[in-house]
Design a protein around this ligand. Sequence first.
Ligand code: NAD
Length: 354
Amino acid sequence: MLSFIHNSYPVRVIFGDGTLQSLPDEVTRLGTSRLLIVTTSSQSMIAQEMAKRLGSRVVGIFPGATMHTPIDVTEKAMNLAKETDADAIVAIGGGSVTGLSKAIAVRTDLPQIIIPTTYAGSEMSAILGETKNGEKITQSSERIRPEVVIYDVDLTMNLPVALSGVSGINAIAHAIEALYAKDGTPIINLIALEAIGALARALPVIARTPQDRQARTDALYGAWLAGVCLGSVSMALHHKLCHTLGGSFNLPHAEIHTIVLPHALAYNAPAIPGVMAQLRTALATEDPARTLWDLAGVVGAQRSLAELGMSDDGIDLATERALARPYPNPRPLNREAIRATIARAYAGASPVTA
Ligand code: NAD
């Protein structure tokens, strides 16, 4: 019996080449006139250029976004938003910048225009993860979900190859978990499969020829679709493991996703035969978990948590934390099997379906 509840979320998306030019019109459309631009220090040049184009409508630039959205950084950006009486946020950058924008929005309800420059997908979600005293706190609210997202392929052309690969696999992870989400729907399934196909085709091409515009377009298109998945349905074991590992050991976000995904999929495989059949088609392979592990190699990513800097006594801690307050998952969580899964990711071994 087919049975589901589907929610559609009203994010306005502008996608293409040179779409950054539409920013002034989008600002006008939102009816805002006092913009706070947020970005990272390494992307402040592009923020300055954007500010020039927007003229007197920009009241401040905050180039201090950092990974994991620490609350002390948010407080500084909040001070600037208050001092300048900003009435909207324009965020240009990766998931870290989007995180800062969302952190301001949840406190102020200011509208957000997000201009993503990686494949993280955060811009389509109503989820915010923040860190305070080394602890990651996640919340979800419609105040967090951005109003407008401008995807401009031009801004991704120089995304470094290494970051392109891991960020793209981070996006694939959103789509894969959407396929077996407890609140999954037929539309999200179609979107997820399209996302996985587009990203899996594009990432090896980008690794060889980073300036391939068609591959860059496919990857950003896949990232948007994967973001829709992340923003629409619940994530499962894979995301729980990544949040646990990132929060406990301060490891880089997209890199953890890349290492863990083949192993988390192999863990769930016995419980999701229908999804595995769909993945075989989408990835054109007999063994989707192995193909994702191979893809990490093709894009030049690290395959072991040890290489990322985790120590082996972290395996037990990560197991305990992954089992505490678990996310809903298609296969029941078995302590020994979860520990073995983390241990394989730690060692950089190939995935094994148990
Ligand atoms: P990031 O935003 O931390 O960016 C990594 C680095 O790449 C930064 O130094 C940035 O300045 C640089 N960079 C970004 N785009 C670039 C470009 N086009 N060219 C050159 N350099 C560029 O990395 P990320 O993987 O995009 O985001 C990770 C963060 O996003 C994590 O904090 C994670 O928790 C969060 N996230 C949140 C969600 C959500 O739904 N809440 C989803 C995914 C990721």
